[in-house]
Design a protein around this ligand. Structure first.
Ligand SMILES: *[C@@H]1O[C@H](CO)[C@@H](O)[C@H](O)[C@H]1NC(C)=O
Length: 392
């Protein structure tokens, strides 16, 4: 960063070179523009700082100083009850690094516990994976999730991010839903672990990643232990989930789709991932009676094991519960590819292997190959199934 004096000097030298006369030209007074630029450079220099905020005092200074630091280190912060650790509207190119364990004090409220927005933002944990955001879930879990009981704060709001990265974080004991990804353009989430396994008896609706109204989301190397969808895509385009591991929840889901401002889902791929100890493996839910589009969707190289209800469930009669009432055709599911699904013996004997319930003419152009999902029962009420698909 050049100082103001250096700026004047540089200008002076240039002036000398441009003028071969023996007498050196007097150093010109800096123009208003030059002064302004020097002031701007000083401001950039000031923002170039790395700021570290720690412990219980760090919370309020972190929120106040977020726009004046280009790297913000949040070291073992204690976030007070009922407060969002608010990193929204960051200046471009800000990096946030979580160190140690961040804890969020108990309060019955909606959350979010943490929120971030901006352009070219990086949110990272320590490279050794030691950064934990602890949501204190056991104090909230009452078996009712977001449908009753205590009001539980949502965890991680990643809205309105552009060209950004979230990596190497562990989210421990979320009260309820974890990542809300909405209104983003090009966000990568890598090496994130969500661990709600301590809530296996009383935790509920601990969705891993809820994605809506976004363009360009890549989630890779995620590990999710939870009690609801591992991933749920409600709307958006160009969204990839790959090299993921999902345990304890409701599987890799699209939907429910319908009834929102944005009801278009396209360009989705779930690849090279494992779903185990879960209610469903793969699920696409279109809400009965609503309109929208689900198109250009790929599930490839998915390994299923210990699935209790549905290996693969594709339904156009979702109404808050699975397979209720008559399927409708307002949200067609087209250009769907399901291939290389390894689920031999994966489904419990009381569950169903593959269930497809479509409205008339509403499921077309499906590719279905090397889908081996067995162990469960055959569903007797499949409807309007594309001819190359085995509903078994
Ligand atoms: C799709 O999303 C990824 C991840 O954000 C991005 O890198 C890529 O450029 C996007 N592709 C298109 C065609 O927009």
């Amino acid at each position: 960063m050049r100082s103001y004096a250096a700026l004047c000097l540089a200008f002076g030298v240039q002036a000398i070179l441009a003028n071969p006369a023996p007498a050196p030209a007097p150093t010109p007074a800096p123009s208003a523009q030059q002064v302004e630029r020097a002031v701007e450079e000083r401001a950039i220099e000031r923002r170039a700082a790395t700021c570290t905020f720690s412990g219980s005092l760090g919370y309020s200074s972190a929120s106040k100083s977020k726009s004046s630091c280009s790297t913000i280190i949040l070291n073992a912060l204690t976030v007070p009850a009922g407060k969002t650790l608010d990193m929204t509207d960051l200046p471009d190119d800000t990096t946030i690094i979580f160190e140690g364990e961040t804890s969020f004090a108990y309060s019955e409220w909606e959350g979010p516990l943490f929120a971030v927005s901006g352009n070219n933002i990086k949110v990272a944990g320590e490279a050794n994976g030691g950064s934990i955001l602890n949501g204190n879930g056991a104090s909230y879990w009452d078996g009712e999730g977001s449908n009753g009981g205590k009001t539980k704060p949502k965890f991680f709001q990643a809205h309105d991010l552009t060209d950004s990265l979230i990596e190497t974080l562990t989210i421990l004991n979320p009260p309820v839903q974890v990542f809300s990804i909405n209104g983003v353009t090009n966000l990568e989430v890598a090496y994130v672990t969500i661990d709600a396994s301590a809530g296996n008896s009383e935790g509920a609706n601990t969705d891993g990643f809820d994605i809506g109204a976004s363009t360009g989301v890549l989630i890779e190397y995620a590990t999710v232990y939870n009690q609801d969808d591992c991933v749920a895509i409600n709307s958006g385009t160009n969204i990839t989930f790959r090299n993921g591991y999902c345990s304890g929840g409701h599987g890799l889901s699209i939907g429910s789709v319908g009834g929102r401002d944005d009801n278009t889902v396209s360009g989705i791929s779930f690849t090279t991932s494992t779903v185990t100890e879960s209610v469903n493996g793969i699920r696409i839910k279109a809400i009965e009676g609503d309109t929208g589009t689900i198109t250009d969707v790929l599930y490839d190289d998915i390994t299923l094991s210990s699935i209790s209800k549905y290996g693969i469930l594709i339904e156009q009669n979702y109404d808050g519960g699975d397979l209720h009432g008559s399927p409708t055709s307002g949200i067609p599911i087209t250009d769907l590819t399901v291939k290389n699904i390894a689920g031999s013996g994966a489904v419990s004997s009381s569950g169903y292997d593959v269930v497809v319930v479509c409205g008339s003419g509403a499921c077309s152009s499906w590719t279905w190959s090397s889908v081996v999902v067995t162990g469960g029962k055959t569903y007797a009420s499949c409807q309007n199934v594309p001819s190359n698909v085995a509903c078994s």
